[in-house]
Structures are given as structure tokens and as C-alpha cells.
Design a protein around this ligand. Structure first.
Ligand code: FES
Length: 101
């Protein structure tokens, strides 16, 4: 595990999400009321880019077949996906976002 810099906090405003590619991994960072969460950026069902999905509170809906995931822990709220999303720990230092990956 190492701490990798993603962006500044301002680049991901509240209620928005942003995809980053770092060290070959696609990561999704979501800002909910200035709490930042990082998850794998592809749906576990068939690989849809979740950054094109919709965010409703802390629930993210996949753009392809409608699976719903809880952003705070990657758990499944509704199928067809049967595997939760991996999550990564975010650290904030001096308005910079870092992820442990
Ligand atoms: S790819 Fe996300 S629900 Fe099918």
C-alpha cells in the first residue's frame, strides 16, 4: 500500500464524482457533503463506467443495468450486481486528496 495523490479537494465538488486513473487502476472519487469516498470505477456486474451513473444521496446507480451501490462502503443496494465495489481509504492533507492503493 502506498499513498498516492489524486487531486485537490476542489476538483471534486460536493454532490459530484470524478474518475482517476492511477497506477493502472480506475478509481472513482465521490464527494458527499465534503466527505470523500473512493471506490473502484467499474461496475462489478459488467464493467460499466460508474462515473456515467447517477448519484442520489449516497447511492450510486450504474448507467447500464441499474445496479445500485452505497458509496460509503461499496455495498449493494440493488442488483443485478452480486459483488460489492472495492473501496479505498482517502486521506486529506492540505486540501489534497490521497488514496491508499
Ligand atoms: S454493468 Fe452495472 S448493472 Fe450491469
Amino acid at each position: 500500500m502506498e499513498l498516492l495523490r489524486l487531486s485537490t479537494t476542489k476538483e471534486v465538488p460536493p454532490g459530484e464524482m470524478h474518475q482517476f486513473k492511477i497506477k493502472g487502476k480506475e478509481l472513482l472519487v465521490v464527494n458527499i457533503d465534503n466527505h470523500f469516498y473512493c471506490l473502484e470505477a467499474r461496475c462489478t456486474h459488467a464493467g460499466a463506467p460508474l462515473t456515467e451513473g447517477t448519484l442520489d444521496g449516497d447511492v450510486l446507480t450504474c448507467p447500464w443495468h441499474g445496479s445500485r451501490f452505497r458509496v460509503t462502503d461499496g455495498s449493494i443496494v440493488g442488483g443485478p450486481a452480486s459483488k460489492p465495489l472495492n473501496t479505498y481509504k482517502i486521506t486529506i492533507k492540505d486540501d489534497q486528496l490521497f488514496v491508499e492503493a
